[in-house]
Design a protein around this ligand. Sequence first.
Ligand SMILES: CC(C)(COP(=O)(O)OP(=O)(O)OC[C@H]1O[C@@H](n2cnc3c(N)ncnc32)[C@H](O)[C@@H]1OP(=O)(O)O)[C@@H](O)C(=O)NCCC(=O)NCCS
Length: 366
Amino acid sequence: MGRRGFSLSALFCWVLKTIMGGCRGGVWLLASIVGLRPFFASPPTDKYMASVYIADTGYFLPERILTNDELSKMVDTTQEWIESRVGIRERRVADAEHNTSDLAAFAVEASLQRAGWDKEDLDLFLCATSTPDSLIPATASWSCQRMQLFDVPAFDINAACSGFVYGMGVARAMMQTGDFNKVAFVTAEKYTRVTDYTDRTSCIFFGDSAGSLLLTKDKPEKGAWEVVDTSMKNFNDGADVVTTEIGGFFWQDGRRVKNYALGAFKESAKWMLEKHGIKVDDLRAFVAHQANSRVLQTVCDMVGIHESQHWHNVEICGNQGAAGSATTFCMGLEEHQGSFKDGDTILVTTFGSGFTSGSALLRWVD
Ligand SMILES: CC(C)(COP(=O)(O)OP(=O)(O)OC[C@H]1O[C@@H](n2cnc3c(N)ncnc32)[C@H](O)[C@@H]1OP(=O)(O)O)[C@@H](O)C(=O)NCCC(=O)NCCS
């Protein structure tokens, strides 16, 4: 009798929790009970997963600007060639005494200030970078030391220029399956440290920067972007096409990377939109890896993105590796602040050495 009473109350609690715990889970369960299940293709896989929100953002751009005019005095090139072929006018260069971890710390500090969080609130610190300060420790550890942040798990993610999307995926998964609730996820690069300023085919691209997201499972009252989904894909047959060897300079086979990138960008963006039944025209914004303006324009044409939806900063910040999509996202949010409506969506799609590609879908929740 006692055992049966316990089982019934446990069953009742489970049903109630399912219905209360997630609307989609509840709807699917009710549909199953009343015989409408065939209309609901599959049970929601995320019914017990907590939502992850962006509490605030921050970014850092070094002050020093490197122009095409300066580059044309350093290597055999012209302003016209650079503007017409890669569409970059200028890029930011970090001071010699600032490493990637310093840029990361500056961006995280800016985001903490905007959010009104204390650094002691953080329970996880992730850094996506492909230009780490050192092989060990992780750039995240150097940043934490600089910020006097001593008791927080900290490590790096290297997915080259896809680091912003891969890092969002790792952070979200760790938050949904672990106890982490206040996470600093920063994407930082100092590509000018691995740029060969005697090589005209590569030195025209790169700039330094960092962009930080503060992530939480507590929905901010003012409304926030929810990280709805992330995808990751690798094409490891192209691992030798874009490389930076230990102690060496960035190198790429420009034509091969361009051909690969265009297909991968399109495939990743379309896959994410189709998965969630979102029409391209309904996207509020599209943010891609800031490879170069020409590549971005072709990607937008292939996916069907309008100019008004396309956020970019490559023409004034250059290719910033993984940090380019992060700073573009942060700057876009800042520019359009106050104009977001419940249900607005942003798609972030990246491509990088490896090759890696991936997309993140974000939705504004009032
Ligand atoms: C780099 C890129 C603009 C070069 O364009 P391309 O049409 O492939 O041109 P090529 O590499 O065949 O080079 C064409 C010529 O321009 C020359 N050239 C390259 N850089 C130059 C520069 N800065 N100024 C003047 N000429 C340059 C080359 O030496 C070559 O000359 P050659 O024919 O006498 O040998 C193009 O390949 C590209 O956009 N690639 C993608 C790069 C990228 O975004 N990488 C990001 C990594 S995730």
